[in-house]
Design a binder for this molecule. Structure first.
Ligand code: DAS
Length: 359
């Protein structure tokens, strides 16, 4: 090969190499941008040994460590984290809810945020999920994730739950499905999901209604979406809210004569959710306390302690006569959330009943 041909070959190689570099530099990173907002919980917990699954300390691992503990996240999304709080979720407050909701809405309004994952304790995860389901003002995916074992435990469920939550938050099909909960291979709706077992990884269920979908490997598969209004479809807006109206839940049981209803009324509750027996039944002995609450302007919602099923309006109580609201199929802790938000708009019981049938 003469000198000219060699020179030509070298120039061609250099050209090919520089084009390759140029294309590589140009190739946009097609991964979704996912923000992880950490609030605490077992998913951020640590135990003394690898077999400690009770008696560990919740809410000790910071969000940066949660992310670096799962290097696989970088393969499925561009993730960044913020520490909103660091608490076991039995200690969740309305102030943190409002702060979280405002931050979620702020981030989702940004073009460079495609979805949000919120790491959270499992005890009140279903409540935060439903609250956000009613006040987030975006169709972009918002996914709450927790774990039942601390990250230090053998077969910890947190890392895989987090990895899948990030995939879900970056999945186009997940948009417009309301706030979701991702644990144990299952995708649940924030409205219906509830913690059903104190200490097992399959604790989150949606009784009677069922899950939205499941994960098979790294692939989320949806089978349904909630028909109830959520996120951008709701009339609730936290933008200017500094606090939420006080709503207490009162549990009914044999022999109960309404002491806790009086206590809630005297504490200034604006609403009471009655966790009735059976189909939301109220004991005869409770009525003096309930009538006193109504006289003091307290709005009363009838739910049930049994955990699932519809509360029939005018079934076990004369809702029309007393102005009670039937909670539809919302359990007491979910009914409380909707009643709190309803009371930011109205005290009209007919309007509030409408909301329980729409959301
Ligand atoms: N105490 C529980 C909580 O933080 C721990 C957990 O399950 O996340 O909700």
């Amino acid at each position: 090969m003469n000198r000219k041909m060699i020179l030509c070959f070298v120039v061609m190689c250099l050209l090919a190499f520089s084009l390759q570099i140029a294309f590589a530099a140009e190739a946009p990173n097609k991964l979704p941008n996912i923000k992880i907002l950490a609030t605490g919980g077992t998913i951020a917990g640590a135990g003394v040994t690898s077999t400690t699954t009770v008696g560990y300390t919740a809410a000790v691992t910071p969000v940066g460590k949660l992310i670096s503990n799962v290097p696989e996240l970088a393969k499925v999304a561009n993730v960044s984290g913020e520490q909103v709080s660091q608490i076991a979720s039995e200690s969740m407050t309305m102030e943190i809810w409002l702060q979280l909701a405002k931050r979620v809405n702020q981030l989702l309004a940004q073009d460079d945020v495609d979805g949000i994952v919120i790491t959270h304790g499992t005890d009140t995860l279903e409540e935060t999920a439903y609250f956000l389901d009613l006040v987030v003002k975006s169709e972009k995916p918002v996914v709450l994730v927790g774990s039942m074992r601390p990250g230090t435990a053998m077969s910890a469920d947190g890392p895989l739950n987090l990895y899948r939550a990030v995939i879900l938050a970056g999945t186009k099909e997940a948009a417009g499905k309301g706030v979701m909960v991702m644990l144990n291979d299952t995708i649940n709706a924030g409205r219906e999901v509830t913690k059903t077992i104190t200490d097992r990884v399959d604790t989150f269920q949606a009784p009677i209604i069922g899950a939205l979908g499941v994960f098979t490997g790294d692939q989320p598969v949806f089978y349904r979406k909630s028909l109830r209004k959520n996120t951008t479809e709701t009339e609730f807006d936290v933008t200017n809210l500094k606090s939420l109206p006080r709503v207490d839940i009162v549990y009914h049981y044999a022999g109960n004569a309404g002491t806790m209803i009086d206590a809630a009324t005297n504490a200034g509750a604006k609403g009471i959710v009655h966790a009735g027996t059976g189909d939301g039944s109220i004991g005869k002995q409770e009525y003096p306390a309930i009538e006193n609450a109504l006289k003091n302007g307290v709005v009363v919602v009838r739910s049930a302690r049994v955990g699932s099923g519809i509360i029939a309006r005018n079934g076990e109580a004369d809702d029309d006569k007393y102005g009670f609201i039937a909670s539809d199929n919302l359990n007491p802790q979910k009914a409380r959330i909707l009643l709190m938000l309803a009371l930011t708009k109205t005290t009209d019981v007919k309007e509030i009943q409408r909301m329980f049938w729409e959301y």
